[in-house]
Ligand binder design. Structure first.
Ligand code: COI
Length: 356
């Protein structure tokens, strides 16, 4: 039993809900949100679910100036039996606290946060869409609210959870995406904040993203920040390659985000007898494998992205078309199995889901 109680103020002016089959990613928000406040005297307090509304913050709040903030992303799914379930929320809350630690933000009670999310999703349950491939994206985040222009950790914070009914993250839907390997900018360096889910990592990715999207690429693939040699991640997803029958993913090194879907993919592939090699992999090696006809599949994994096949990789003026730009068998099987577990049509072998 949690030591906190949540007060609830109902939204008396609920919004019209979007059509399930017209959703893209992150454009609509539900009728309620969860908030709790932090100060050094009371710790986390004033837990409440209130109508979705703008925040009132001091313009000097630290979050606006120095970006002391972290976030998470997880999803609620409507099953065939009309239950609603979450996928591995414990993993997201563990990671939230790791990000909190990196950003000098006080720890939150993980079990309580999961209870609060379930409570909020339950209240807004009619917003969980039911068209294939849709879900309710859950965005927990912490902001530093102290008005202070000195560079130091805030004394006060808010932990907020908002909900957004979503469809596919990429315009391409579940079709293979085109990705450009970034060789000018870097996302993160060793000892930096790369493995924390914090706004700055995403802000620093925008310039590269803006450039490649004009050339028709969905996103960039980041290389390591020092030598620009080793493959890291895409920013909204971790990456996997099937090379000569073996599945390889970049090893976690402090600058790669430890994805919950990444972890699930590795467990699932191990269970299928297809062990994943977590190792350093250079772009040069990948290109060699491609030229030798050994790069059989490439795909990304993420909460928003699910399993996204990569049909084309552009690197230093060279274009690698992978598996004829078609979804490969491993990506397909993973997509079907993971979403099957999430939507309750496949056995939940690993106890990954929890009912709302
Ligand atoms: C997620 O997959 O939940 C993410 O946080 C990626 C995001 C940048 C959309």
């Amino acid at each position: 039993m949690s030591e906190y109680t949540i007060t609830y103020i109902k939204n008396e002016n609920p919004k019209e809900k979007p059509q399930s089959d017209q959703l893209s990613f992150g454009k609509y928000f539900t009728d309620h949100m969860f908030i709790q406040d932090y100060n050094p005297e009371r710790g986390w307090h004033n837990q409440r679910i209130v109508p979705y509304q703008p925040l009132t913050l001091d313009p000097a709040a630290i979050v606006f100036h120095y970006g002391q903030t972290v976030f998470e992303g997880l999803k609620a799914y409507r099953t065939k039996r009309n239950n609603i379930q979450l996928f591995r929320p414990d993993k997201n809350m563990e990671r939230l606290n790791r990000s909190n630690d990196r950003l000098c933000i006080p720890q939150i009670d993980e079990e309580f946060a999961i209870d609060a999310i379930k409570h909020l999703v339950h209240i807004d349950q009619d917003w969980v869409p039911n068209a294939p491939g849709t879900s309710l994206y859950i965005r927990p985040f912490v902001i530093s609210t102290e008005p202070y222009l000195g560079v130091s950790p805030s004394a006060t914070y808010q932990f907020i959870v908002i909900l957004s009914p979503v469809g596919a993250y990429y315009e391409a839907g579940i079709n293979p995406v085109k990705i450009a390997v970034e060789n000018q900018f870097v996302r993160a360096v060793k000892g930096g904040t790369g493995e924390a889910k914090t706004a700055g990592n995403y802000a620093s990715s925008l310039k590269a993203q803006e450039i490649v999207s004009k050339e028709g690429y969905a996103q960039v693939l980041w290389l390591d920040g020092v030598e620009k040699k080793y493959i890291e991640e895409v920013g909204s997803m971790n990456v996997f390659f099937k090379i000569n029958g073996e599945i390889v993913t970049p090893e976690l090194n402090g600058s790669i985000l430890e994805g919950v879907t990444r972890n699930s993919v590795i467990q699932m592939l191990n269970h299928w007898g297809l062990p994943v090699k977590e190792s350093k992999i250079t772009m040069e090696e990948l290109y060699q494998h491609y030229q030798n006809g050994e790069l059989e599949e490439a795909f990304g994994s993420g909460t928003a992205a699910v399993i996204s096949p990569i049909g084309e990789l552009a690197w230093e003026g060279k274009k690698m078309v992978i598996n004829d730009s078609k979804t490969g068998p491993i990506a397909k099987r993973l997509y079907e199995t993971l979403t099957g577990i999430q939507y309750g049509t496949e056995d939940d072998l690993f106890n990954w889901t929890t009912k709302v």
